[in-house]
Design a protein around this ligand. Structure first.
Ligand SMILES: *Cc1c(COP(=O)(O)O)cnc(C)c1O
Length: 400
């Protein structure tokens, strides 16, 4: 079937939860995709920061193929070696002592919210102490609890009553957060760098200030690294840039090279609040996705992906700043760490994204006016150059 035929069927059978573009990718390799009509695209979205090793990395493909032929699924009533190995590896790489596995970012955040509430119940004599402070323009997922946590009216609209206990404060404003703490607060939940909210990077000392506030009030610090974790910023986890550690961290998107997985990591003292019967997931941490995650992390570690990300990220940032100098009337700001880069425009970015599609470039706009560049971490200099040439030609047309 060609693209037009797929799109017609999609209109009939798929619910309209996404404003989908009329593109039907059917095959991927590295930073490239091909659609059902054979057209090639350069992929600077990477499944929204999921395909960090590019499409179909041979080592991830092999791990999935081998595991699929051995055992795909096994109940969490039993011990799962791939899950145990993955937990050990993630703990060895981070602040954490223990892991819980689920299937998505929203579920990982759900688990974090439940763990924070349970821990607070176990350690405080105030049953009302379940408040969680999150940031305006944050994004934590689409389930009811994570929509309640998310600081964006547009994801909450139509779904109230929301889950009780969330308050939202401006991101990167430590005084506002301090003012929001009450005796019913049990935790703070933040993205270290906001993704969907427009690639917002906090001041150098913001997270240290939040950590200090949490310590002084006995609050848990939950970091949502669903988008920025797994090497995206040039470190395995974004918190490493800020000289602090959280108490709980959530990961998903890039963790298993495209296979659906989520995890919540925590310090042992907090993790012990989860006892049998308090939480669970049928698919969570099954052998197939854990084998994919193990292979993905090993490639990140063994192929020098982190230092490469830092290097190519600086190159991409420099090239985008070059475009900013050429088109100062269209580009307000370029900001980023590693390969998590945003370009703030003076105009809505939707038409630039569509023009990119015409020219075989997949880009993303978030928060209306911010072009977000989250290519595979394996992107080459030549591919960055190709993207810059295409984007430059689009901006020249927009300006003309
Ligand atoms: C994408 C994202 C989520 C939600 O992840 P899903 O897998 O779509 O549920 C949560 N938090 C952040 C920061 C994200 O970027």
């Amino acid at each position: 079937m060609n693209s037009a035929q797929w799109i017609e069927k999609s209109d009939r059978y798929i619910m309209k939860t996404y404003g989908r573009y009329p593109i039907v990718p059917v095959r991927g390799e590295g930073c490239q995709l091909w659609d059902a009509d054979g057209k090639r695209y350069l992929d600077f979205l990477a499944g929204v920061a999921v395909n960090n090793l590019g499409h179909c990395h041979p080592k991830v493909v092999k791990a999935i193929q081998d595991q699929a032929a051995t055992m795909i699924h096994c109940s969490n009533y039993y011990q799962i070696p791939q899950q145990i190995e993955l937990a050990e590896l993630l703990c060895s790489l981070s602040f954490a002592d223990q892991a819980f596995f689920c299937n998505s970012g929203a579920e990982a955040n759900e688990a974090a919210i439940k763990l924070a509430r349970k821990y607070s119940r176990d350690t405080s004599d105030r049953p009302e102490r379940y408040g969680i402070i999150t940031a305006a323009d944050s994004f934590h997922g689409r389930t009811m609890a994570t929509v309640s946590a998310t600081g964006q009216e547009k994801v909450q609209r139509f779904f109230d009553p929301l889950l009780h206990g969330f308050s939202h404060v401006p991101f990167n404003d430590i005084a506002a957060m301090a003012a929001a703490v009450t005796e019913d607060t049990c935790a703070v939940m933040l993205e270290p760098i906001q993704g969907e909210g427009g690639v917002n990077i906090p001041a150098r000392d913001y997270l240290a200030g939040v950590r200090d506030l949490c310590d002084r009030h006995g609050l848990l610090l939950i970091l949502d690294e669903v988008q920025v974790g797994m090497g995206r910023t040039g470190r395995m986890f974004a918190y490493e840039h800020f000289g602090i550690t959280p108490d709980i961290m959530t990961l998903a998107k890039a963790l298993a090279g495209g296979a659906p997985i989520g995890t919540m990591l925590a310090k042992a003292e907090i993790a012990k609040a989860f006892v049998p019967g308090t939480h669970g997931s049928t698919f969570g941490g099954n052998p197939l996705v854990c084998a994919a995650a193990l292979a993905t992390i090993r490639v990140i570690l063994e192929d020098g992906i982190l230092s490469r990300t830092e290097e190519i990220g600086e190159y991409l940032l420099g090239e985008l700043e070059g475009l900013q100098r050429k088109f100062p009337r269209l580009i307000r700001e370029v900001r980023g760490i590693g390969l998590m880069i945003g370009m703030g425009l003076t105009i809505p970015g939707g038409d630039i994204v569509k023009a990119g599609h015409q020219k075989g470039l997949l880009l993303n706009v978030t928060h209306d006016t911010v072009l977000r560049f989250v290519p595979p971490l394996t992107v080459s200099k030549a591919e960055v150059d190709e993207m810059i040439t295409i984007l430059g030609s689009i901006l020249a047309e927009v300006e003309a």
